[in-house]
Ligand binder design. Sequence first.
Ligand SMILES: N[C@@H](CCC(=O)N[C@@H](CS)C(=O)NCC(=O)O)C(=O)O
Length: 210
Amino acid sequence: MARYKLTYFNLRGRAELTRLTLSAAGQDFEDNRISYEDFLKIKNDLPQNQLPILEFDGQTLPQSLTIVRYLAREYGLYGNNNLESATVDIVLDTLVDTYSALVKVFSEKDETIKKQLAKTLSDTGMPQLISIFGKILRQNNGGDGWIVGTKMTVADLALYTLFDDLTGGVYGSDLAKSFLADEKLKSHFDRVKQQKRIADWIEKRPTTER
Ligand SMILES: N[C@@H](CCC(=O)N[C@@H](CS)C(=O)NCC(=O)O)C(=O)O
């Protein structure tokens, strides 16, 4: 039986970075994907009434990035010193900013406002955020390696999963334009994807729209 049980919906969403982290760490896990109806049955018993949660050794952790940071510290995927960990945190926090910008647009109900917001996001907001990731990547080894140090961390996985979402289509491919135009970001994406444990996970994971 797997030591870790990750419970979330049948989506990549807020759980995919944990799935990638557990895969990179070589840890077997139960990928428990539940329906919204089943979520409602357990909602009140969850630590923060939301998913994802990670259960292991009698513990239950909520908050997707708390889970990711916990696992990263456990399995050496959080950089080699405090400063490297801070750079990993910069990437994770910028990831949160990026998804907040995406959610703001995609949760807008008024179609006219939504169109305007989407245009601003793809013309200026997203290129700006993507150029920040490009700058961070280039600070180490000119952008030809990992975000920090000489091995992959959860910062690399975070960037991978963001661009996986953006190029996957559900948010509209326009948003990925400046990512695709940046050779260093593009080859970093492929570098992560080609890591054996990551490639194995991508190969076996269920296909979902987001
Ligand atoms: N900050 C939390 C947010 C968790 C969250 O928003 N979960 C959503 C799914 S992505 C959820 O459980 N929604 C159902 C609900 O709130 O009733 C995290 O990163 O884990």
